[in-house]
Design a protein around this ligand. Structure first.
Ligand code: TRH
Length: 379
């Protein structure tokens, strides 16, 4: 008997909601997800309250040049008025705890009832959470959250937690990522950015205001081969300039390049072209792990120090050595007595850990694949 291949999952219409709190992570993660889903044939409406960062992160997005994605302004009351004219979505994704306004939901429910009395189901409703290696994230992954009040009363939302283990929602990884990396020409890319070849290590800097930045600059300045430091715009550049203004000698022979805002595609290239990456927040951490180079993570600081436990959980998952833990304690100022270990000497050992971590991650299905399967289960 000839066997028939299982039908591929249908291409769906997704409404993805993004509220920009600060920095670039909210829109950064949302855009990665939108473009990855669209690349797999899905249709996306990205509702965002502040799309300004997309002008440099993904200029093609705002110009409507990404097949399958529409970027729409999100303001609660305004959107409610246009819902009736929209095709009904198959999936709603609320990102990072943002909530669809009751007016929007009510307008949606009304138009659903008006169109089809027999099929007045809400879309599959996902709450996409922050990335964490902590146990609570794995325990809450895929949990149902019944809606008890308001126009969606009776519907069910589901938590979806990205993560680093097979019992989590995994990480965004585009199907062509490894192929892109294999054909990448690091020296050519650096030259195109105006960074000439040098024998010393290339270090990228994307951070908030790390207390240990002067210590890092001192180490780079003392390197026997001059280092190249590629500094991202905004807070990293501000922190660097403040450190150099206070102690001009920290510059030493280091070749410092202040970068413009790069597109997300070129931001990946920056990470692939560097020997060591300082990253921060959420999305750049994930991209640094895919880059497979040694890295340090400046975690997003929280007022109640909740980020300490989050950082520890990540380092445990990384199987971090004492020196990698010291690096993170110093960079994040999570321990008062922590000193920055000698980065250039420790780099080979940290590179092995980064590469092993990447291998473990590559064994898992990526986030979009898992999300699509989960939605298929819940619809
Ligand atoms: O900007 P972030 O610090 O974002 C943070 C975190 O997401 C944090 O968890 C969240 O609570 C807070 O925002 C609100 O770091 P992150 O997550 O790495 O996002 C940066 C994005 O910007 C990422 O998608 C990469 C992108 N980027 C570029 O595309 N080009 C650039 O030149 C730079 C510097 C960044």
């Amino acid at each position: 008997m000839p066997t028939t291949a299982p039908a591929p999952p249908p291409h769906l219409l997704w409404d993805i909601f993004c509220r920009v709190i600060d920095n670039f992570g909210d829109i950064g993660v949302c855009w990665r997800l939108c473009s990855d889903l669209a690349g797999r044939g899905h249709e996306i409406r990205l509702w965002v309250d502040d799309a300004s960062a997309l002008t440099w992160m993904a200029p093609e997005a705002l110009e409507g040049r990404v097949p399958g994605v529409r970027v729409l302004p999100w303001s609660d009351s305004a959107n409610a008025t246009c819902v009736a004219a929209l095709r009904h979505a198959d999936v709603w994704v609320e990102t990072f705890g943002c909530e669809i306004a009751p007016e929007f939901i009510a307008a949606y429910a009304n138009s659903m009832r008006a169109e089809d009395q027999n099929d007045s189901k809400f879309p599959a409703w996902i709450n996409l959470e922050y990335l964490s290696a902590e146990g609570f994230a794995r325990r809450c992954h895929r949990l149902a959250s019944p809606v008890m009040h308001g126009p969606a009363k009776g519907a069910t939302k589901f938590f979806f937690y990205p993560g680093f283990t097979p019992d989590s929602g995994s990480l965004i990884r585009e199907p062509n990522l490894l192929q892109r990396q294999q054909t990448f020409d690091a020296a050519g890319w650096l030259l195109a950015q105006g960074v000439p070849h040098s024998a010393g290590p290339v270090v990228s800097l994307f951070c908030y205001e790390p207390r240990a930045l002067p210590a890092l600059l001192r180490q780079l300045a003392d390197s026997p081969k001059p280092c190249t430091l590629l500094v991202t715009p905004g807070r990293a550049t501000g922190a660097l300039q403040a450190a150099l203004a206070a102690h001009p000698s920290l510059r030493g022979a280091t070749r410092i390049h202040l970068l413009p805002h790069l597109s997300q595609t070129d931001f990946d290239h920056l990470l692939w072209a560097s020997d060591f990456n300082f990253v921060r927040g959420e999305d750049s951490l994930v991209r640094a792990m895919w880059a497979g180079k040694p890295f340090a993570w400046h975690i997003y600081p929280q007022d109640d120090d909740a980020h300490h436990a989050k950082l520890d959980a990540f380092l445990d998952w990384m199987q971090a050595t004492p020196s990698l833990r010291d690096l993170h304690a110093a960079w994040n100022a999570t321990r008062v007595d922590a000193n920055l270990p000698p980065i250039l000497q420790e780099m080979p050992g940290w590179a092995r850990l980064a590469s092993q971590a990447r291998d473990r991650l590559l064994e898992m299905p990526d986030l979009s694949t898992q999300l699509i399967d989960f939605v298929a289960e819940k619809r």
